[in-house]
Each structure stands twice: as C-alpha cells, then as structure tokens.
Design a protein around this ligand. Structure first.
Ligand code: PMV
Length: 357
C-alpha cells in the first residue's frame, strides 16, 4: 500500500482559436475563449511512483516511465522547467483532499508528508516545438498526481471515467500548471472560456491530423513569454472583440459540420496570432523558411473544395493539417510526396486523458 505506481497518458491538443494573452497570469485565465481539437497518439505519458522513503519530497527523474508504450522521448527540462513540474505535482497533492471531498472520494491521510513522489515523463513527439507538449504533459501530471493520493484507486479511476464534474475539476487544477492543458481532458472538440473547458458536440466529419515537421528544435521563446509580449503589439488592440466574433462563427460552423468555414476561420486565427508575435515591441517569430514554404504550398487548399484542409500553427514552426478522414489517403500521399515520409507525423482526434490501471 505504501509503495505504488500510477500511470497516466494525456494527448496534446491543437487550438483552432488560440489562447494567447492572459488576464490572470497566476490562475492562467485567458483573455479570450479558445477552441481546440484533442489529439490521440501525440501524447505524454507520466508515471508517479509513490514510496515511503524520503517522505515529503517530489522528485523529477529524467527517465522513461517504466510501463509506457511506444517510441518515446524524455523531455530535457531546464531546472526552471523541473521546478514548474514539481510545484504542480505538489499543488495537486495539496489540493487533493478538498477536491476529492467535493466528489465523494477519499484521499490518503497526510499524503503530502508521508510519501515521496518520483515523477517520470515522456512524449511521443519532440517537446517545445509547437505540438503543445505542455498541454499533454501537464494534463498527465495532474491526473497521475491526483491518482497517487487517492485512498481507493478503483473508485478514483471509476470517478475519472464516469463523473464529468470530477474530470472538469481536475482540468481546472491542471490549467493552473499550464493553461492549455485544461483542454486535454475531453475531446474531440473542446471549448475553453474563463475557468471552464468542456467538449462541444459538432456535426464535423471524422478527421485525420497531420503535422508537417519543419523542425523539432525546442523553441527560443516560451509560450509564457509570448502570452506577455503579444500585448505590446499594436495589433493587440481589438483582438479580444475580434476573436470573440471568430469564436462564435467557428462554433456555428462546427455545429453544422461546415469544414470549409472552420478552415477559413482557423487560417485567419493562426495568422493573427503569429502577426502579434511579429509585431510585438520586441518582435519574435517561430517561423522558419520551411514553415513559409509549406504555408505557401497549402494556401490553395483553404478554399471550398473536396480536398479542403484545416491548417493551423501553434507557437512553433510546425504546421498542423486536419482533413476529412475520407480524404486522408490522398493527403498522406500528397504530403509524403512533397515533404518526405519522415517529415510527416500522423494522428487523429481523440477523447482526452486516460489513467492506466
Ligand atoms: O498553455 P500555454 O501557456 O503553453 O499556452 C499555449 C498557447 C498556444 O499553444 C500558443 C495556443 C493554444 O491555445 O494552445
């Protein structure tokens, strides 16, 4: 009972309407609503080993989680990055009794002081390169941390699977560690406004997701810095109103399954986010020559036709392309021919974080 292992897997999510700019940097409350697609195979695995030796400590261990599956990369975290993870795991452990009590669950007594928590994590994709590794990893840190201080593992797993209010409560705690991670608890389409992130129903066709991997180098400007710097751009003026309108239109388009309108809006939205970066008081850019080349090549597909694609970029040089599943074969061929097999990652929308028994 005193030594145990908890394994969680959480997918990345890619925003079609971006969370960029915070109105509360401590609670990670966004300036505007956002809308995202939860992914599936592009994910983080987190393992927390709870043991009785060295009680009271949370330790980051830069090793593969023992039970994780697939080809995985252990992120190389700076000491600041490690501190951020440790602080988040500590936050989850401290909040567990209060959160559990609200959902009829019990926590281990004195979970914080009685045990040591060894944290290992790995991703199925390169981290910090614009595939939202902080979203997937913090969602998985949150889930594994709460699981590690529950008194009854089965009751916890059942509640996480079946009680949406509980799942959303964990998403709210996760948001404090990394804002966009709150959208990785449900899927496939998730709306986040203020404190609340939840899946919305749509009539969208089944989709497939491709990433054109322009670079897997970690980015030079962190998203935390980007959230601050966008407000120094002259284009920030009117952004909250503009993005609210775009969000309303995107929601309507998703509701009726209008892939082309979603594509059009997503295209404007990511260009606007990157324009904020490019026009900040100290301008910065995630784009590389390969990003511009790929965007140029993709632009003819953001028009109404059967091969329309939803194209977006995160805070990184890589390009995300979402297409109707029935077009996936043709798109795979097209992307492989143009960029080479090795430059293309492939995934599909999914339904959010999972705890392994
Ligand atoms: O959650 P953060 O602080 O890493 O912010 C992520 C912001 C973007 O990924 C650039 C956009 C988004 O909505 O995911």
């Amino acid at each position: 009972m005193s030594s145990a292992t908890f394994l969680a897997r959480a997918p990345s999510n890619i925003a079609l309407i971006k969370y960029m700019g915070k109105k509360d940097a401590t609670a990670n409350l966004p300036e505007n609503p956002s809308l995202s697609v939860t992914l599936n195979g592009l994910c983080s695995w987190v393992e927390i080993q709870r043991s009785a030796s060295e009680p009271g400590r949370v330790r980051w261990i830069a090793e593969l989680p023992h039970a994780a599956q697939g080809e995985l990369l252990v992120p190389s975290l700076s000491s600041e990055g490690q501190q951020k993870v440790i602080a988040h795991v500590e936050r989850c452990i401290s909040l567990a009794p209060e959160v559990f009590a609200q959902h009829g669950l019990s926590s281990l007594p004195d979970a914080r002081s009685r045990f040591c928590y060894n944290v290992r994590s790995a991703n199925t994709f390169p981290s910090a390169s614009g595939i939202a590794s902080s979203a997937s990893s913090f969602a998985a840190f949150t889930l594994a941390s709460f699981a590690a201080c529950s008194k009854d593992r089965d009751a916890f797993a059942r509640a996480f699977k079946t009680d949406l209010a509980f799942r959303r409560h964990l998403a709210r705690v996760s948001r404090v560690g990394s804002g966009s991670s709150c959208r990785s608890f449900e899927g496939p389409f998730v709306f986040w406004e203020e404190e609340h992130a939840f899946a919305i129903s749509t009539r969208m066709p089944e989709l497939r997701h491709f990433v054109i991997l322009v670079s897997s180098e970690p980015k030079a400007v962190s998203s935390s810095q980007a959230h601050l710097q966008v407000k120094t751009s002259p284009l920030w003026q009117g952004r909250p109103e503009r993005v609210q309108k775009r969000t309303d239109h995107m929601k309507q388009a998703l509701e009726v399954g209008d892939l082309f309108s979603v594509a059009r809006l997503a295209w404007s939205e990511f260009w606007e986010m990157h324009s904020l970066f490019h026009t900040a008081a100290e301008p910065f850019s995630y784009w590389q020559a390969g990003s511009i080349e790929a965007l140029h090549w993709l632009s003819p597909f953001v028009v109404p036709k059967s091969s329309s694609a939803i194209v977006t970029m995160d805070a990184g040089p890589n390009i995300h392309v979402l297409v109707a599943a029935e077009q996936a074969e043709a798109w795979r061929q097209r992307l492989h021919d143009r960029f080479g097999v090795k430059a293309i990652l492939e995934d599909r929308p999914g339904s959010g974080a999972v705890l392994y028994e």
